[in-house]
Design a protein around this ligand. Structure first.
Ligand code: FE2
Length: 308
């Protein structure tokens, strides 16, 4: 990545598991096993030598400690070896910044919908604030859990999306929006019961799960847009790849005379370019990361935004 926003390479190697259970220690082992290969192929794709790198950015927050530590340690060693500055980035803010870069959205509300995270984030009063979020599972974990229950593999979200295309009947499910927050566990329990009762097809249940859960996300996104008086909605996170979720967001935006933006899928799912780009804009604005401790529980509004 360079400071004009050009992406030279965006290589990924993502931990996956057939059973869907995510063990933090295993994820860290995966990261340790692949990092050198990922760095090598990123440089190869970019046609660059490592000596041409003049800034190292890493994901400092939030997340699982073991994974964050591996990334931080590798970044620290690189920055020391290359004698270049190092900068710690908030992962959630990075989703928003890469989306702004690639879609040209100027001041959007971000619907960040991924496995572990579901948040509505927007810039207000000099901070990126969380206006609403899930109080239990991330939307992606919710979809994966339902998929696992009905015998689909992991990741289940894309399989639910395919199944939902064949659903016809909308089954009433618990719709849980409280203020600006959402919750999915009640809907998950209900879906599991309905599936086990064999009264409804998996297709109809998948269709209804998506329609209900996405309507909840769209409702709180719209409310955040109204509250902040913003006229752009940006999507981020792996579940943001879901075409039906994108369509529902687009319809809501159209109805209120707003614009909807979705970056390409490879920048919706977690990616290195988003960390690199956020590191670049922070660095250009004079941010220096002095303490390299990871911050697993950092909230977006704890980050001082100096680059806007
Ligand atoms: Fe993410």
């Amino acid at each position: 990545m360079d400071d004009s926003g050009r992406v030279y390479s965006n290589v990924k190697d993502v931990y996956t598991t057939e059973k869907g259970g995510l063990i933090p220690r295993d994820v860290a082992v995966h990261h340790k096993n692949v990092y050198q290969r990922v760095i090598d192929s990123a440089l190869k794709q970019a046609g660059m030598d490592i000596s041409e790198i003049n800034l190292i950015a890493f994901s400092q927050a939030p997340g699982l400690d073991p994974s964050l530590i591996v990334g931080r340690d590798v970044a620290k060693k690189l920055s020391e070896d290359l004698k270049v500055p190092i900068i710690g980035v908030n992962h959630c803010i990075a989703h928003l910044e890469i989306g702004r870069l690639l879609t040209k959205a100027k001041d959007p509300v971000l619907l960040y919908a991924s496995g572990a995270n579901t948040q509505i984030i927007a810039y207000e009063g000099g901070k990126y604030r969380i206006f609403g979020e899930t109080v239990d599972n991330g939307i992606g974990n919710f979809l994966d859990s339902f998929a696992r229950h009905i015998g689909l593999g992991f990741p289940g979200g894309p399989k639910i999306e395919q199944l939902a295309l064949k659903g016809k009947n909308l089954i009433e499910l618990p719709y849980n929006v409280k203020g600006m927050d959402v919750a999915f566990s009640g809907m998950l329990t209900k879906l599991q019961q309905l599936f086990d009762s064999k009264k409804h097809s998996a297709e109809d249940l998948a269709f209804s799960a998506q329609e209900t859960a996405f309507a909840m996300l769209v409702e709180v996104s719209e409310r955040a847009m109204a509250h902040t008086d913003k006229s752009e909605l940006l999507i981020g996170g792996g579940v943001g790849c879901n075409k039906r979720l994108q369509e529902m967001c687009r319809i809501m935006c159209k109805e209120r005379g707003a614009e909807f933006f979705a970056p390409p899928n490879e920048y919706l799912t977690d990616n290195g370019a988003m960390i690199a780009w956020t590191g670049i804009v922070m660095h250009k604005s004079g941010v220096k990361t002095k303490a390299l401790d990871i911050l697993p529980h950092q909230r977006t509004d704890q980050v001082e935004v100096t680059w806007r």
